[in-house]
Structure formats: structure tokens, C-alpha cells
Write a protein that binds this ligand. Structure first.
Ligand code: PBG
Length: 328
């Protein structure tokens, strides 16, 4: 039926009516808040390109846990910023590494029970060169070695699970890492620790501010030989298929807003729980507009999150988690 018999505006007439017919919902429990853990005590250092986001020492991180729990947020995603880095990134799997200690501190808090505590697994925050794996050099040419990196990532995953991580989230994009991590977790007796695989992660300019936050910018070259080419949707589906075959329990898509079509396609094809990561650049660019008064902060924030849910993500990793939970 067409106009005038059908008038779609009828169902937009009041807030109550719009609420009744709303197709997509945002809830604090579907938001995950990233934390950047650093050494020291009482440290709360704001990241200049990410207003409201901080590097936190463990004691300060525990305060965030309490705040997130009381807001009903679904989970946390932990990153570490060690004081010392080396070629291999050995701080990543140290049993007293920055995230391992943070996990133990967080898990002691009674509030942590209501949150799913996810540990990001990657080497780039721990390597002196800033790449996500082992680098070999030959003159000007360098390579990030796949298989030797995978072994270290698997060791890192087991160490983080032993320190108390509820979920292991590999973000490195090496081939075969999910299977290797599954084996390492099982060997460590962590059969029940799920893997949230950053299955489709694109080499993106939108990670820029994160690299300031995590001090993980590559010292030479870029990540295009391991992260995906932004032009490739079908290849993203192959990445996901492989990760599922290797034992991924959940998928994480990244970045979110510039890749909503990829999220939608993955949702149509795969039945695993799927999250999307609204990355640092997405956050910073919105904040830059807020600071200039060019966008209404609350509406733009919620609209950006809603778009990601509508594209098909079950949950969203976002630096807006606390602000959004307060607004909802
Ligand atoms: C580590 C990692 C990155 C992000 C999450 N895990 C950076 C990168 O790949 O360069 C980016 C997150 C963000 O931008 O918010 N590999």
C-alpha cells in the first residue's frame, strides 16, 4: 500500500511510539571498556588525542573496574604499556608482566565479578620496534615472521589466562594464531577460556591515537603485510572462516564505522557472537568535533554506537562505554 493509505510518519508521532517500534537497542551490558595499564601507583595520565581516556596504574584501574561495574558495563579489554620493551616483546608473556599483575589486582575486586575481563593478545606494545611479531631485517627490507610470532602469542595467551583473564583476544593478525592459542590454553588447563578473535582487522589510519595511548607505533614500515587491506570484504570472510575453523568462540570486527558493511556481511554469514571495535580514531574524531561545538556529543555518540549495533554487532568495544552507559 502506498501513500496516502500508508503514512510511515504515524509511528514516529511520540517518544513512546518511537520506542515501541524501535528495531535496535543499546544497552550498557553490550559495551566493553578498554583500559591501558601502566607501571606505578596513583598514575592517571590522560592521552592527549583521546580526551577522557587514561594510562592507569593498577590501583587506578581497579577504580575504573568499580565505576564500570556500577554502570552495568559488560566487560573490560586490557592493554599493557610496559616500561621496558625488547626485540621479542618478552614483557607480553612474563608472569609478572604489566597486564598479568593488573589482572590479579582487578580480579581481587569484588566488583569484577559482573564484568567479563578480556585480555588483548599482541606483541606490539612490548616490542622495541612496535610490530606485532618477530621482525627479521635484510637491509632496508623487513619481515614480520609468522610462525615464530605465533608461538610467542600462544605463550602470551596462556600466561594471561593463568593470571585470570576471562577471555583471550588476539589482535595481531598472524595466520594460524587462533589454533595455536587454543592448544596453548588447553595445555595450560584453560579449556574453558574462550577466544575472541579479531578475525577481520584492517590496516587502518584510525588506530593512530591508540598508538599514542599504548606507545606501540611501528618504528619503521607499517602493518600492511599482516593486517588486512581495507578494500577487501571477501577476504575478511575468509579470515573469519579460518578463525572459526581454528576454534574461535567469538569474533571481533575492527575498525567499526568505516567497515559497517563488513560487519553486516559477517552477521549474515556467521552465527558466532560478534563484537565490533569502535577504535581510537573514531573516538578522537568525534571528540574533536565535540570540542569545536560542531556535533552534539551525546546524540552523536549514541548514533555512532547504534549504527554499529544495527550493522549486526552484538557488543561494542568503545572508549565511550562509560559515557554511553551514563546516557542510557
Ligand atoms: C594491537 C592493537 C591495536 C589496536 C588494538 N589492538 C593497534 C594496531 O593494530 O596498530 C587499535 C585499537 C584502537 O585504535 O583503538 N595490535
Amino acid at each position: 500500500m502506498e501513500f496516502p493509505a500508508t503514512r510511515l510518519r504515524r509511528l514516529r508521532s511520540s517518544a513512546a511510539m518511537r520506542s515501541l517500534v524501535r528495531e535496535t537497542h543499546l544497552e550498557p551490558s553490550a559495551l566493553i571498556y578498554p583500559l591501558f595499564l601502566c607501571e606505578g601507583e596513583g598514575v592517571r595520565r590522560e592521552i592527549s588525542s583521546m580526551p577522557g581516556v587514561f594510562n592507569l596504574s593498577s590501583d587506578e584501574a581497579v577504580k575504573e573496574v568499580e565505576a564500570c561495574a556500577s554502570l552495568g558495563i559488560g566487560g573490560l579489554l586490557l592493554f599493557g604499556i610496559p616500561d621496558e620493551k625488547d626485540e621479542q616483546g618478552s614483557g607480553a608473556w612474563a608472569s609478572d608482566g604489566i597486564v598479568q599483575r593488573g589482572l590479579r589486582a582487578i580480579k581481587k575486586s569484588s566488583q569484577a565479578e559482573s564484568l567479563v575481563v578480556i585480555a588483548d593478545v599482541c606483541l606490539c606494545e612490548y616490542t622495541s620496534h612496535g610490530h606485532c611479531g618477530i621482525v627479521t631485517r635484510d637491509g632496508d627490507h623487513f619481515d614480520v615472521e609468522n610462525d615464530s610470532s605465533v608461538a610467542l602469542l600462544a605463550k602470551t595467551a596462556a600466561s594471561l589466562a593463568e593470571a585470570g583473564a576471562d577471555v583471550i583476544a588476539p589482535s595481531d593478525m598472524m595466520d594460524g594464531r587462533v589454533a595455536a592459542i587454543r592448544t596453548a590454553l588447553d595445555e595450560a588447563g584453560k579449556h574453558n577460556t574462550p577466544i575472541l578473535s579479531y578475525a577481520s582487522k584492517f590496516a587502518s589510519a584510525f588506530y593512530g591515537p591508540f598508538r599514542e595511548a599504548a606507545d606501540s607505533a611501528p618504528q619503521f614500515g607499517d602493518r600492511r603485510t599482516y593486517q588486512m587491506d581495507g578494500a577487501n570484504l571477501r577476504e575478511a570472510m575468509r579470515e573469519i572462516e579460518q578463525d572459526i575453523a581454528e576454534g574461535a568462540d567469538m569474533l571481533l570486527m575492527k575498525p567499526a564505522m568505516p567497515y559497517l558493511d563488513v560487519i553486516r556481511e559477517a552477521r549474515n554469514r556467521f552465527d558466532l557472537p560478534m563484537g565490533a571495535y569502535q577504535v581510537s580514531g573514531e573516538y578522537s574524531m568525534l571528540h574533536a568535533a565535540f570540542q569545536r561545538g560542531w556535533l552534539e556529543p551525546e546524540r552523536a555518540m549514541l548514533e555512532s554506537l547504534l549504527s554499529i549495533r544495527r550493522a549486526g554487532a552484538d557488543f561494542i568495544v568503545t572508549y565511550f562505554a562509560k559515557d554511553a552507559a551514563k546516557a542510557l
